[in-house]
Write a protein that binds this ligand. Structure first.
Ligand SMILES: [Zn+2]
Length: 321
């Protein structure tokens, strides 16, 4: 949805609330504390309801990424649209400028939107490519060695690729559906890689393509597995990992252009954003509405998924500041 359409449709708090209520509850407001649907009284004009079963009052924002926010919902909706519409990502500085809010609240609320982007979608199937990239951390610094206190002028740069101190991220992309799944995996062992593969890929009928990294060797026993030796060639017909490498370059350029370096702690949130947008890129029309849907689906965005611990820490720790 573009910004003009969005502004027409969701320019007041009431319109946004009504939209969220429709998505979250349908016709019947449901108490988030006791799931009561029948004995609910409407507190007119306050966007709040009173539950006569448990005695608590609530609004549609309870247990969603919008809970306890000071930012008006029309601005939230615009924030989401800006994030969804920019393929390469937007910095919090830029978001702040465009929305007329501080960089700090732009950063914080964008993090919450990223929680709504923690969406695993469907299982990946068919031909899938799996590969790792090394993300985050500070830019590579030259390490100067001084053996026996004699300065050596030549600089030894940190290694690239496997064996660096950066954070390894593993990605799997399904060629046909164009969906991608990503995950930070500290130790690239066969066991960890296989666990990720099983979590995201529908094994039945899948064909896996990787490079010759030794941790993928045992995959032969589990799935139809083809490898490409990158020391010799980039592609042999359909056997290549160009699709996942395309995603890595999008991710790396996006992060470099907008965020410089991202700490390990926050990396999963940015991965969620880029993977989500990449997976939805062929269905741009549903991107915005899907994100709103995820944002009010409390158990989806904040409870079930893995970076949840971190999310809560960020959400609640920052709130006290
Ligand atoms: Zn209740």
């Amino acid at each position: 949805m573009n910004i003009i359409e969005l502004h027409k449709k969701f320019n007041t708090q009431r319109k946004c609330i009504e939209h969220l209520e429709k998505i979250r509850w349908g016709k019947l407001p449901t108490c988030p504390y006791c799931n009561e649907q029948e004995h609910i009284a409407d507190r007119k004009n306050e966007f709040r309801y009173q539950c006569n079963n448990c005695g608590r009052s609530f609004s549609v924002l309870v247990d969603t990424v919008f809970e306890d926010t000071n930012m008006p919902l029309p601005i939230w909706f615009q924030l989401i649209a800006l994030m969804i519409n920019s393929k390469m990502g937007v910095s919090s500085k830029e978001l702040g400028r465009q929305l007329g809010i501080t960089q700090k609240s732009a950063w914080f609320n964008a993090m919450k939107v990223r929680c709504a982007m923690l969406d695993e979608g469907d299982f990946l199937d068919g031909i899938v490519e799996m590969d790792e990239a090394y993300m985050g951390g500070k830019p590579r610094k030259p390490v100067i060695k001084y053996p026996d206190n004699v300065p050596i002028l030549s600089r030894v740069y940190e290694k690239r690729g496997r064996g660096t101190r950066k954070v390894p991220v593993v990605g799997i992309v399904a060629r046909q559906s164009g969906q991608v799944a990503t995950k930070v995996i500290e130790k690239l062992t066969t066991r960890n890689l296989l666990a990720m593969f099983r979590r995201y890929v529908k094994e039945d009928g899948a064909i896996l393509i990787t490079d010759e990294f030794s941790s993928y060797k045992k995959f032969d026993e589990v799935v139809e597995h083809l490898t490409i030796d990158h020391t010799k060639e980039f592609a042999r017909g359909v056997i290549h990992t160009n699709t996942i490498e395309g995603f890595w370059s999008l991710l790396k350029n996006g992060i470099k252009g907008n965020f410089r370096a991202i700490s390990k702690k926050y990396l999963p949130f940015y991965l969620a954003e880029y993977s989500y947008k990449y997976s939805k890129r062929r269905r741009a029309d549903i991107g915005f509405s899907q994100t709103i849907k995820n944002a009010v689906a409390e158990d989806k965005c904040l409870v079930n998924l893995k970076p949840k611990g971190d999310v809560k820490k960020i959400v609640y720790k920052k709130k006290k500041l």
